[in-house]
Design a protein around this ligand. Structure first.
Ligand SMILES: Cc1cc2nc3c(=O)[nH]c(=O)nc-3n(C[C@H](O)[C@H](O)[C@H](O)COP(=O)(O)O)c2cc1C
Length: 175
């Protein structure tokens, strides 16, 4: 299975990156092809709502007018069968950088091959996941009709713990 991970953390060696690595290791071991995009290392602006992408029967239907790094992600997104949203919790939701990338999926409406999804969240405090889970549930599971493969969270000392890394590795292997 082709798996696309959108990692919204700006910290290359941070807590989210550690969970993403453990997940990727397990999934790769099980023969899946995992592409991790660190969205904070890309230049991805928010959606302009210009509707260029939704002009029916035009040569540019499903294409975003903005020529930034999201253009590299669109083909990967079209090939992906599973999407993993990974983010530190910022103000009870995803990071702004990840939110921009998510909003830009609007151009494709529904990526062609996507069937499954998972969510990985890191935070400082416990029980701060409601905002991100709401968006995941409503926009990804309900609207895009994706099957939920799991929601993984780590707060405080759970971050980078051996137990959490094993949980993520096992999840990857189980797919
Ligand atoms: C701008 C900002 C906002 C944050 N907001 C929250 C929050 O609302 N709740 C929380 O528990 N932690 C919050 N945190 C802490 C991060 O979620 C936490 O440190 C996380 O483990 C960082 O993950 P990373 O190492 O992958 O970047 C915030 C951190 C920053 C920088």
């Amino acid at each position: 299975m082709n798996i696309l991970v959108l990692n919204g953390s700006p910290r290359p060696n941070g807590n989210t990156a550690a969970m993403v690595s453990a997940f990727s290791e397990g999934a790769t071991e099980n023969g899946h092809q995992v592409t991790v995009v660190n969205v904070c290392q890309k230049k991805i602006a928010g959606c302009l709502a210009c509707e260029y992408c939704h002009q029916k029967d035009s040569s540019h239907e499903r294409q975003c007018v903005q020529q930034d790094d999201m253009q590299e992600i669109y083909p990967v997104l079209e090939e992906a069968e599973m999407i993993v949203l990974a983010s530190p919790v910022y103000y009870h939701s995803f990071t702004g950088q990840l939110q921009c990338a998510i909003n830009r999926i609007y151009a494709l409406d529904k990526p062609k091959n996507l069937k499954k999804a998972a969510l990985i969240l890191s935070s400082g405090s416990e029980d701060v996941y409601g905002g991100a889970i709401y968006e995941y549930q409503n926009s990804f599971l309900d609207y895009l009709k994706l099957e939920n493969m799991g929601i993984f969270t780590a707060f405080d000392k759970q971050n980078k713990s051996e137990e959490k890394m094993n949980e993520l590795r096992e999840f990857g292997r189980s797919l």
